[in-house]
Design a protein. Sequence first.
Length: 139
Amino acid sequence: MSKAKKNPNVIHASGKRKTAIARATILKNGTGRILVNGLALDHYGSEFTRMRILEPLLLAGVQAGKLDVSVKISGGGLTGQADAARLAIGRALVELDAKLKPVFLEYDRQLLVADVRRKEVSKPNSLGAARSKKQKSYR
């Protein structure tokens, strides 16, 4: 069985946030296109989510203008998806150029490190909430 050859012009990275999973693909020799789930970034989500996704590219500066970025996102809500995409793009850019790592870490650690917080598990006798309990009356 032969191993597939790794293309030096393509970089893959992934990111997670809550239940959203994003897989980013960056082409080194590109025209500056940014696609999210096959759509141009201009047609995805709200202005806030578009800015969240663009943050790592803006921090990378001139270099990012020559890259084609394609992100596939599944699961979660819009903000979780935006943060997962942001993490995946940040990791891919650091794989492309290691000099960006301190820049990203100084700006926001969430560009390279996943947020591992999850919903707390509901406990018995709590009516669906994680910590609140039924009130007791002794009178």
